[in-house]
Design a binder for this molecule. Structure first.
Ligand SMILES: *Cc1c(COP(=O)(O)O)cnc(C)c1O
Length: 399
């Protein structure tokens, strides 16, 4: 049976305490107990349905977590204050001193910096690999490896991970496959393809209004309980908990995610096809020229398309900067990092979101100077947008 992530979200029914169509927001950091014994049991983790303290969980956070778990097809989920606030506790929960991680080398700059510069201080080592080569991934696994880490669609190069292939390796060597699915919510359901843990930065498409940071870890009840354990849970102890007011607002935005993703994908596909046709080096998973086009097609939930992220290589950083400034001037989008906004956002990853990656490594992974990363917005008239963007390119001499 086909997995229907948006249906799963929609089928959840919540009411506010006075019959409100949205659940009430729990505006409390601490909760009363009718008996001292229940308080003790809750600390021990044996009192389901009781709330203790909002760094642990709150009704608002649980509602949002339940909806995101339904979307990803996991038993449960834990929402966090940011995407990094989800990624770092997951890795620290799964890996201890002496352990090893095999990670894709094309990942979010913050995650890369964490694995490259921070976890070695805790004696956790990472080997960065070309994640599209399963033979290289397998050859990098050592007896200390605990985790394979990747992004479904990688930032910023839009490489696509073969989640089924990686899951098979994880199973063979008894590892956890952790997937950051931020670029492809609804489009790809990593758990259904064999991943163990799925993470999102809610900051991007899922919240979609560029007004907050947020994150989520989707996994088994056992793993999420471990993360929230008062004695040794990384989410509980590192404290990257989401605030209830924010959880309530992200949940409301989640209601329109399926409509937005379809529009992002339609617009992304339209522009990618046009710019490729104009002879600009274009990377978009929906193009037949993308090395992993067939793989993405095999993995995707078709109705949501190939997403809103694409890259154009305009030859040099000078041209890239000139083009971005002109496009912003013409109100075609904003020169800004992040993604998933209603407005198109663009940035040159080499000098911004991936600047944590040393230049020689950038070159090795194909992160060129003239690369512009686009998060295509929800434009109602994408034909007009294309014509205006093309005009900018002509004026700068790119076309
Ligand atoms: C933005 C982003 C993150 C980090 O999320 P924050 O909410 O900024 O902490 C992690 N992974 C990917 C793929 C991202 O795009």
């Amino acid at each position: 049976m086909k997995f229907k992530p948006a249906n799963n979200i929609q089928d959840l029914q919540y009411f506010g305490e006075f019959g409100g169509v949205n659940p009430s927001i729990s505006d409390s950091s601490t909760y009363t107990f009718l008996s001292a014994k229940t308080m003790f049991d809750t600390f021990e983790g044996n009192a389901d349905g009781c709330y203790l303290y909002s760094r642990h969980s709150t009704p608002s956070n649980l509602y949002l977590g339940e909806a995101l778990a339904a979307m990803e097809g996991t038993e449960t989920a834990n929402v966090t204050a940011s995407g990094m606030g989800a990624i770092t506790p997951v890795l620290l929960q799964l890996c201890h001193a002496g352990d090893h991680i095999v990670s894709s080398r094309t990942i979010y700059g913050g995650t890369y910096a964490f694995l490259k510069n921070f976890t070695p201080k805790l004696a956790i080592q990472t080997t960065f690999v070309d994640i599209t080569r399963l033979d290289v991934v397998e050859a990098s696994i050592t007896e200390n490896t605990k985790v394979i880490y990747c992004e479904t669609v990688s930032n910023p190069l839009l490489e696509v991970a073969d989640i089924q292939g990686l899951a098979a390796l994880a199973k063979k060597y008894n590892l956890k496959l952790v997937v950051d699915n931020t670029f492809s919510p609804l489009s790809v359901s990593p758990i259904k393809l064999g991943a163990d843990v799925v993470i999102h930065s809610l900051t991007k498409f899922i919240n979609g209004s560029s007004d907050t940071v947020g994150g989520v870890v989707c996994g088994t009840q056992e793993f999420i309980d471990e993360l929230r354990n008062v004695n040794d849970g990384a989410c509980m102890l590192l404290g990257s908990t989401m605030d209830s007011l924010r959880a309530a607002s992200v949940l409301k935005n989640l209601r329109t995610l399926h409509i937005r993703m379809k529009q992002h994908s339609t617009n992304g596909a339209y522009l990618a096809k046009k710019f490729e046709g104009d002879g600009i080096k274009t990377v978009y998973p929906g193009l037949a020229s993308h090395p992993s086009h067939e793989l993405f097609k095999k993995m995707m939930n078709e109705e949501y398309g190939f997403g809103g992220m694409l890259t154009l290589d305009v030859g040099s950083l000078e041209k890239a900067n000139e083009l971005m400034e002109l496009m912003q001037h013409r109100n075609l989008g904003y020169l800004a990092v992040s993604l998933g906004f209603y407005k198109t956002l663009f940035s040159a990853p080499g000098t911004s979101t991936s600047s944590e990656i040393p230049e020689d490594e950038q070159e090795e992974m194909g992160l060129t100077d003239g690369l512009i990363r686009f998060s295509i917005g929800l434009d109602n008239d994408i034909e007009r947008t294309y014509q205006e963007m093309k005009q900018c390119m002509i004026e700068i001499g790119i076309l």
